[in-house]
Design a protein around this ligand. Structure first.
Ligand code: ATP
Ligand code: MN
Length: 481
C-alpha cells in the first residue's frame, strides 16, 4: 500500500472516511490504557499530528512496546471520524510496523518543552520538533516564493561563484580557501605566502556577496538575481549574524535608486503575503508559541503586536522613506538620545547601530523604513556618488525587531568616478579590472540589493535568534554537524 502524507489526510475532503490508508512517521506521544492506546504521529508534512487509535482487542499492547516517542513507525488502518474534540479524523490501526525504534532511555527529545538553546546542541534531531519543523517549512515556502516572484517578473537566476578570486567585494571579512599545507606554507623570498603554488595559483576566498558578478549579468541580461550561500568571517556573536548565510541579490540595468526601493518594497510585501496565504498552520502555531513565551516576560520586552499582526502590518502599510540625514536629526532629538540611553551616541557620519535602526522603525514610524543617501565613508566603494559628493545612493530597509533586512544601492556607473574611488580607498585596482571594464564598455545606470534570507525568515517566523531559522548554523567556534 502506498504511503499517504498526513497533510493530505487532514486536508478537508482529501481522504475519505472509511478508506484504508498507510502512514509512516515519527511518534510524538503515546498514551492510553489496557484497552486502547493513542499515538500522535507526525511525518513532517504538516504541523499537525495524526491520531492513531490502537484497540488492544485487535493489536496487543506488546506490538506497541517499541512505538515510543521518537520511534519511526508505519501504520495501516481505516480512517474514521474522531470521537475526540481535538481532531476531525483519526486512523484506526490494523497493523503497525516498527521501522526504527528509539531507545526511550536515550532519546533526547521528550514530549515536553525544550529550550531553543538545548535544541541547538541536537541540531540533527531538532527538525522533529514542532517549532523547528514549522520554521523549516516556512523557510522552504519563502525560497520557493523568491524564485516565483523573480521568475514572474522575467528576472534571470544567475549562479555566481562561491569561491572568489576577489578579496575586495566590500562586504566584510573573508574565509580563505586553500589546499596549501598549513604546516608547511610555501613562501616567496620576501616572506609572503607563495600562492602560485596554491590550487588556483592565486589566493582565493569564500564569497561575501555575489553582487560584483551579478552586475555582469545585469549589464547583459537586464534583470538578474542570485540566491546562494555567502560567508563572513566577522566575529559578531549576535542574534542576527551567521558566518554562513543565504542571500538574495537582484541586480537590474536601467534602475535608479527609486526603482530599486520600489522593487525591494514590492518584493518584501509579496513574500510576507505569500507566507500569510500559504503557511497559515505553521504561522498560527508559531504565533501561539510566541504569545505563550511572552507571558513569562516583563511587559516592556513583549511585542506590541502579535506575529500575525506584525506580518499584516508590513503588507498593509507603505514603507517610510527618508534620508540618513533626516534620520540622524530625528535620532538626535529623540528621548533616548536626550536621556543618554543609546549605547552608541548619534551624530552625522556614524554607522547606525541596531538600537538606532530599531528606534526609527519601532518607536518613531512604527512601520518598515527605507533609509537612503548615507555618507560615502560608511558605505561600499561601488555605490553611486550623489551631487553633494558627500553621500551615496544607498538604501537600507529596516524592519521591526530585526533592524537592517536589506542593504542596497544604485551602483557607480561612471568609469572615472569608480576608478577615483577605488584609488582613494587603496583597493586592489588590478584585481578589479573586469569590474571596471563593465563601466568602460556599454555602461548603464543600474541598481541592486541584498536580502539576508535568514533575517527574512526571522521576521516571518518571529524567531528571535538567527541560529534557529537555518538547519545548521555556523557561528564563531561552532561548526558541529
Ligand atoms: P549588518 O550591518 O546587519 O551587519 P551588513 O551591512 O554587513 O549587515 P550587507 O553587506 O548590506 O550587510 O548585506 C546585505 C544583507 O545581508 C543585510 O541587509 C542582512 O540582511 C544580511 N546579512 C549581512 N550580514 C549577515 C550575517 N552575518 N548573517 C546573516 N545575514 C546577514
Ligand atoms: Mn548593509
Amino acid at each position: 500500500m502506498l504511503r499517504t502524507k498526513i497533510k493530505e489526510i487532514l486536508k478537508n475532503g482529501q481522504a475519505e472516511i472509511g478508506s484504508s490508508l498507510c502512514v509512516k512517521g515519527w511518534v510524538r506521544t503515546k498514551r492510553g490504557n489496557k484497552n486502547v492506546s493513542f499515538i500522535h504521529l507526525n511525518d513532517g508534512s504538516t504541523i499537525h499530528n495524526l491520531q492513531i487509535v490502537v484497540d488492544h482487542a485487535i493489536l496487543s499492547e506488546e506490538t506497541l512496546k517499541e512505538a515510543t516517542t521518537g520511534a519511526c513507525i508505519g501504520v495501516k488502518g481505516k480512517l474514521v471520524a474522531s470521537q475526540g474534540s481535538e481532531q476531525a479524523v483519526e486512523l484506526m490501526a490494523e497493523s503497525i510496523e516498527i521501522i526504527g525504534p528509539a531507545d526511550p532511555e536515550k532519546y533526547p527529545l521528550q514530549p515536553k518543552k525544550h529550550s531553543l538553546e538545548f535544541l541547538r546542541e541536537i541540531a540533527h534531531l531538532r527538525p522533529r520538533t514542532s517549532t523547528i519543523s514549522a520554521v523549516l517549512r516556512i523557510r522552504h515556502a519563502m525560497a520557493f516564493a523568491i524564485h516565483q516572484f523573480f521568475h514572474q517578473k522575467g528576472f534571470i537566476y544567475l549562479h555566481t561563484p562561491i569561491i572568489t578570486g576577489s578579496d575586495a567585494e566590500g562586504a566584510g571579512a573573508m574565509f580563505r580557501v586553500t589546499t596549501l599545507d598549513l604546516a608547511n606554507v610555501p613562501k616567496n623570498p620576501d616572506g609572503s605566502v607563495d600562492y602560485s603554488q596554491d590550487f588556483f595559483g592565486r589566493s582565493t576566498n569564500l564569497t561575501v556577496s555575489g553582487q560584483l558578478e551579478g552586475e555582469t549579468g545585469a549589464l547583459a541580461l537586464g534583470e538578474i538575481y542570485t540566491f546562494g550561500p555567502t560567508f563572513r568571517a566577522e566575529n559578531s556573536n549576535t542574534a542576527r549574524h551567521l558566518a554562513e548565510f543565504w542571500m538574495v541579490e537582484p541586480e537590474m540595468a536601467f534602475y535608479e535608486l527609486e526603482d530599486n526601493m520600489n522593487l525591494a518594497e514590492e518584493f518584501l510585501q509579496y513574500l510576507i503575503r505569500y507566507a500569510l496565504e500559504n503557511c497559515s498552520d505553521d504561522l498560527e502555531f508559531l504565533a501561539k508559541r510566541e504569545s505563550e513565551e511572552e507571558k513569562q516576560k516583563p511587559a516592556h520586552e513583549r511585542h506590541e503586536l502579535s506575529l500575525l499582526e506584525r506580518l499584516k502590518f508590513c503588507t498593509e502599510n507603505k514603507f517610510q522613506r527618508l534620508t540618513y540625514t533626516e534620520a540622524i536629526e530625528i535620532l538626535e532629538n529623540s528621548k533616548p538620545a536626550k536621556q543618554g540611553k543609546f549605547k552608541f551616541p548619534v551624530k552625522w557620519g556614524i554607522d547606525l547601530q541596531s538600537e538606532h535602526e530599531r528606534y526609527l522603525v519601532e518607536k518613531e514610524f512604527k512601520k518598515p523604513v527605507i533609509l537612503t543617501h548615507y555618507p560615502k565613508e560608511i558605505k561600499a566603494f561601488y555605490m553611486k556618488l550623489n551631487e553633494d559628493e558627500k553621500t551615496v545612493r544607498a538604501m537600507d530597509v529596516l524592519f521591526p525587531g530585526i533592524g537592517e533586512i536589506i542593504g542596497g544601492s544604485q551602483r557607480e556607473d561612471s568609469y572615472d568616478k569608480l576608478l577615483a574611488r577605488i584609488r582613494e580607498l587603496k583597493l586592489p585596482e588590478a584585481e578589479l579590472w573586469w569590474y571596471l571594464e563593465l563601466r568602460k564598455f556599454g555602461s548603464a545606470p543600474h541598481s541592486g540589493f541584498g536580502l539576508g534570507f535568514e533575517r527574512l525568515i526571522q521576521f516571518v517566523t518571529g524567531m528571535s535568534n538567527i541560529r534557529d531559522v537555518i538547519p545548521f548554523p555556523r557561528t564563531p567556534k561552532n561548526a558541529e554537524f
